[in-house]
Design a protein around this ligand. Structure first.
Ligand code: MSP
Length: 470
């Protein structure tokens, strides 16, 4: 029977157009979704935008637009970029979607009825960039540790969620499900912090109204993170499509960046527990990209635009580079040179040469079916295992080690002299396998490879990866 697989990206703030960082998470999820689809699983891949809260309200105001006018301009841009990057999502959820807003109210009410929400007053240091409060301890210099900007003091009447009540529940969850937080070093960090202290967190605002109204007090709007996390439920039809929800929940993996791990591994499971809903199976936190070893950001003015990212060597080379150049879970550094080097050396030289040599030789000499000894040198089991652990760089490394083996095979067997059709058959079948394994990573090129080598009359094609002069 087909298994189900539910994968999500974080929902992005549409306060600006997406950049390399957003593309990275989204591409990784697309690779995961495609991989599972290829294996016959029934997949749901959710992405979307996080449209409420002060950050969006303030940005819209600066642009002399209402929040809704402002974001409505950005959403088609997000969707266009995902299309350009060949992202095959199943739903693009917006937190302003009516069905989402209803689910937020439903969950708030459930937590409230369960006695986990109470009214109080909040005063604290707030970063609008993060949409989060900081304690003196986390921000001893009064600046946001992520954005480096001066924190604002906010004071307002607020409802709180009794997070403190869930300390044992959370520690137990991490203990019983060691795979819940990945990678392992992040898991340890979270466990230590949860053991130390869990403060109740504020879940409503009265100082602005751009958000979902609390069902039990309409003067308040929901805190943007409480609202946003719930997209993972509404996105698969928590209220609207019960059958679909029951099929796909709990999520198999929420892929996120390391900066938002606390919200996902602490707030989120506690909220779900309070509402009587199962917790997701896994939260995977990837690292951050720097650009020429500098922190990427608006203030530094060095954000890599998606148009630039794909302008150097095409969409597939960008996808390949991002997953190959840094272990998933670690930080990585972006440079145009590193991307072009990988494109030239790995995609154009190794893979490209194999394709053009073998297709040219088959065009001249033909093939003859035989037992495939060459393919036995591919360790597919190992590749499967590495993929399940989200070690994408190692998966690609293994595939390219086999590409090297194939190139050496051509070199050693000299089919241009021997005209050995059996050797060419082995090579053709091996290349088809390589195409299949690369499909989730570089879908457009992999489809080309498959179609070239599936024909009855194989012909040498135009190069799929052209070398780029630097
Ligand atoms: N809206 C929240 C997420 C809510 S999910 C319920 C949010 N949005 S975001 O637009 O600021 O960021 C989304 C993702 O982009 C995060 O996972 C973040 O880690 C990722 N990245 C942003 N800049 C990045 C890099 N420089 N490198 C890698 N990923 C980065 O947070």
């Amino acid at each position: 029977m087909a298994k189900k697989f539910y994968v999500t990206t974080p929902i992005y703030y549409p306060n600006d157009i997406p950049h390399l960082g957003h593309a990275y998470t989204t591409i990784a999820c697309d690779v995961i979704a495609r991989w599972h689809k290829q294996r016959g699983d029934e997949v749901f891949f959710l992405t979307g935008t996080d449209e409420h809260g002060k950050k969006i309200a303030d940005t819209a105001e600066k642009n002399n637009l209402t929040p809704k006018q402002f974001i409505d301009k950005l959403i088609p841009i997000f969707k266009d970029y995902w299309k350009k990057l060949n992202i095959e999502y199943d739903r693009f959820v917006r937190t302003t979607d009516k069905d989402h807003e209803k689910v937020v109210q439903e969950i708030l009410q459930k937590c409230y009825d369960n006695g986990d929400i109470y009214k109080g007053e909040y005063e604290g240091l707030y970063c609008i960039g993060c949409e989060a409060y900081y304690t003196e301890k986390d921000a001893s210099d009064g600046k946001c540790p992520i954005h480096g900007k001066k924190l604002e003091i906010l004071k307002e009447e607020s409802y709180f969620f009794k997070l403190s009540k869930y300390q044992n529940f959370l520690l137990d969850l991490y203990k019983k499900n060691p795979e819940f937080i990945s990678p392992e070093n992040k898991r340890k960090e979270i466990i230590n912090r949860v053991k130390e202290e869990l403060r109740d967190f504020s879940i409503s605002r009265t100082s602005f109204n751009w958000g979902v109204k609390l069902p039990f007090d309409k003067k308040h709007v929901a805190y943007v993170w409480f609202d946003a996390l719930i997209n993972y439920l509404s996105g698969i039809g928590y209220l609207k499509n019960k059958k679909q929800f029951e099929k796909f929940w709990p999520a198999d993996v929420h892929v996120i960046g390391k900066d938002i791990i606390w919200f996902h591994t602490v707030y989120w499971p506690a909220m779900l527990k309070s509402a009587g809903i199962k917790t997701p199976k896994k939260i995977f936190a990837h690292g951050w990209w720097t650009v020429h070893n500098q922190k990427m950001g608006k203030s530094a003015g060095n954000s890599v635009k998606i148009d630039d990212l794909i302008s150097y060597a095409g969409v597939d080379s960008a996808r390949y580079f991002l997953l190959r150049n840094a272990p998933f879970g670690d930080d990585g550094d972006f440079s145009e040179k590193a991307l072009i080097d990988r494109h030239n050396n790995e995609l154009a030289d190794k893979l490209g040469n194999l394709i053009s040599r073998v297709s040219g030789l088959i065009e001249k000499n033909g093939i003859e079916k035989t037992e495939n000894k060459l393919l036995e040198k591919l360790n597919e089991k190992e590749i499967e295992k590495l993929f399940e652990e989200y070690k994408f760089d190692k998966v690609l490394n293994e595939i390219f080690a086999f590409i090297d083996i194939c190139n050496e095979y051509v070199q050693n067997k000299k089919p241009w002299e021997t005209k050995d059709k059996k050797v060419l058959y082995e090579l053709k079948e091996s290349i088809l396998k390589i195409g299949e394994l690369l499909l989730p990573f570089i879908p457009e090129s992999a489809e080309k490879i498959t179609s070239i080598f599936s024909l009855n009359k194989i012909k040498k094609p135009e190069p799929i990866f052209k070398k780029i002069q630097q």
